[in-house]
Write a protein that binds this ligand. Sequence first.
Ligand code: NAD
Length: 329
Amino acid sequence: MRVAIFSAQRYERALFEEANVRYGHDLVYFDVLLGPETVSLAAGFPAVSVFVNDVVNRHVLRQLADGGTKFVATRSTGFNQIDVPAAKEVGIRVVRVTNYSPNSVAEFAVALLLALNRKIPRAYNRTREGNFSLDGLMGFDLVGRTVAVIGTGKIGRIFARIMIGFGCSVIGFDVQRSAEFEEIGGRYVDAEGIEGADVISLHCPLTPETYHIVNAGTLSRLKRGALLINTSRGGLVDTEAAIEALKSGQLGGIAIDVYEQEAGLFFKDLSSTIIPDDVIQRLVSFPNVIVTGHQAFFTREALGTILETTLVSVSEFAAGRPLANEIQP
Ligand code: NAD
């Protein structure tokens, strides 16, 4: 089947080609984001594959349908970028990668927490310049600290298990409780219960209910000096409120792999350009902020499964078989 692959990165193309030997699809790569300006590129393609920052709203879906597209596969777990009810209306079926390596994201969240708390990026930069001073590098022991996990799904539970292994007391907030979370030693609390935590890590999807779940109000009620880790979706955090909380010292530090306005920035080398986004520029200027460019999923195992699952889904669609990873509105 002919598949238009949007937001195709160089590292994906080689792996896609390697895996596609077993599936025989006709893969055409576009390195641009799918959106109103680029949707015409998909005309005539029955299948389209997208990633986290592509714009797959009602308008784009209508144009895709007009061009003959009947199938959209996102190479991600989260699907907040896709208007799934609108897709159904125009007769487009949508799949995602329900399960790749939740370990990849959970382990990265732990890496961010350790790097932020123990100031490893600062130390790394210092020693490269011959500065071996410890001033400003003090962190805190994680053992015995309270870590709050917002969203105790596949990734949140693995993150929780690792933090319990560190000797932390792990509390969870979720709209759907998981028995496994409690079995591994997590304890559920209500939304207010997270306010005493030393570390908050976000692992819930971005939905209308979770948009800005971390805002000026929630930040003001956190324990002073708490650390915030976001490997889930940028829209969960009101970034400007987080900046104010960092300025006042209310927030002790923040490490983010995702950013509300990441669409124009992430997955690109902008090092030779002037970045017009003042918010991200302000964020990266703080010594107690770490920003990474949506790389939590980026392990050999996870990427391999993402591409393989996408090709399997295309084959299922082409053969008229049930779609194992279909997203229902
Ligand atoms: P999952 O569906 O297994 O778990 C999500 C959990 O969030 C569920 O338990 C759900 O009940 C809970 N939740 C939903 N709404 C909530 C709310 N209002 N308040 C609290 N909890 C709520 O998903 P997962 O595989 O663990 O992935 C979690 C998220 O991680 C994805 O939605 C995606 O946004 C993000 N993610 C990021 C990367 C990355 O590279 N940075 C990669 C994969 C996934």
